[in-house]
Design a protein around this ligand. Structure first.
Ligand code: UDP
Length: 385
């Protein structure tokens, strides 16, 4: 028998498996429904040797030194600063919208005037969420906000979420702020890099301890079930710790209704050209059904006469048919999530951790940090596993 059962081999489940196995010598069963580890961070080389991110571009960035140090035990890094551009009115411009973008899109006298208005109101090198800029009382700032909102945020967000920016939690569009400065990088964090051999290799190392037993191709419901305040594993009550990182509504057979997610159809194309675009990612807010194109060679450089690109087509999530990528944060959905979370709290040996299980828009560093914290919390409680 096992001390701990973890469901899901993404960052939440894998970091916790590693911690319990190596720090407390616990035996861990890790159950994963896919045929591979790594969750949505999974990457692999395609037929041309180009390292591709199967579930969309993953760029590691963090300000958290602990997270950086922890992951550095499992990988070397290639320093990498992500650059994103957008196609706006036929022009390729830097994203986040910054002072360079401003000068590319507006004629010099107007660009100078708008820059002065921004610097009059905000400090240099600061970030302003678009929804905040839209509330400006200054006429120039409001003109600029309306322009950026319309050209960069409105239609992209409608495509991505099937909602307008006002109808989704402000934190979502605030991820890509207006940047009052000239730094064209997508992120400003202290640590920015990609793992030298890719993400999947990190997961292999995380899970390499002999105390961890991995069961791929196995759904939670194949081997476990929740009944009242008990969890059953292969029809026997399991009293050890259970860490669940999947969709919470699945765990409770959707008894309060389903938790909606947004999905994306990831369409890869291999092209017979050495280079396709200038930046790793180019966003297309206003045209086409896809939101963005990512060229993987720009993230993991390789000599090849070919290149692989990814077009992301957002779509509704349909259980069992596609991948739940993004929780859709509306008041109604959050309330429904809280009902499920209350059910989890009733089961004393169950915890729910991760982007799916917590219904949160966690970045990779956030979830590693969260998993490390959960490990510390459980260790303090001295959970009897
Ligand atoms: N966004 C946008 N236009 C852009 C880039 C982002 O409207 O050119 C909005 C959109 O709502 C998106 C959110 O900002 O879902 C967060 O973007 P991010 O690039 O962080 O999304 P992720 O890489 O997590 O899909």
């Amino acid at each position: 028998m096992f001390d701990i059962i973890i469901i899901g081999a993404g960052f939440a489940g894998s970091v916790l498996a590693e911690r319990f196995a190596t720090q407390q010598n616990k035996s861990v069963l890790l159950i994963e429904r896919r045929q591979h580890i790594g969750g949505n961070c999974y990457d692999e080389r395609d037929e041309n040797g180009i390292l591709i991110h199967k579930y969309g571009p993953h760029l590691f960035h963090t300000d958290d030194e602990n997270v950086w140090k922890y992951l550095s035990k499992f990988t070397d890094w290639d320093v990498y600063h992500h650059h994103v551009q957008a196609m706006i009115d036929g022009q390729i411009v830097p994203i986040p919208f910054n002072l360079n973008t401003l000068h590319k899109l507006f004629p010099p006298p107007l660009a100078d005037k708008l820059e002065a208005a921004l610097l009059n109101r905000y400090d240099y090198n600061t970030k302003v969420p678009i929804l905040k800029l839209k509330q400006s009382t200054d006429n120039d700032l409001r003109y600029l906000a309306d322009y950026v909102y319309e050209k960069i945020f409105l239609h992209y967000t409608e495509k991505q979420w099937n909602l307008s920016p006002e109808n989704i939690e402000g934190a979502v569009t605030a991820r890509v702020p207006i940047f009052v400065g000239r730094d064209n990088r997508y992120f400003n964090d202290r640590f920015q890099a990609v793992p030298s051999k890719g993400y999947t290799e990190i997961f292999k190392k995380l899970l390499s301890n002999k105390n961890i037993k991995l069961m791929l191709n196995t759904k939670f419901s194949d081997v476990m079930r929740v009944d009242g305040d008990k969890i059953y594993f292969l029809d026997q009550v399991f009293n050890g710790l259970v860490i669940y990182t999947g969709q919470l509504d699945d765990l409770f057979n959707e008894k309060f209704g389903s938790l909606p997610y947004r999905s994306v159809d990831m369409k890869f194309e291999t092209l017979n050209v050495e280079n396709y675009q200038q930046a790793a990612t180019v966003n297309y807010p206003n045209n086409y059904d896809f939101t963005r194109i990512t060229e993987f060679k720009k993230i993991h450089p390789i000599n090849s006469p070919k290149t692989t690109i990814l077009k992301e087509y957002p779509q509704d999530y349909q259980r069992g048919h596609n991948t739940p990528y993004y929780p859709i944060f509306t008041e109604e959905n959050k309330n429904r999530y809280d009902q499920y979370a209350a059910e989890v709290a009733k089961i004393k040996n169950l915890i729910a951790v991760g982007r799916l299980a917590e219904y949160r828009y966690y970045d990779m560093d956030d979830i590693v940090k969260r998993a490390l914290e959960v490990f510390e919390e459980i260790s303090k409680q001295n959970f009897n596993v």
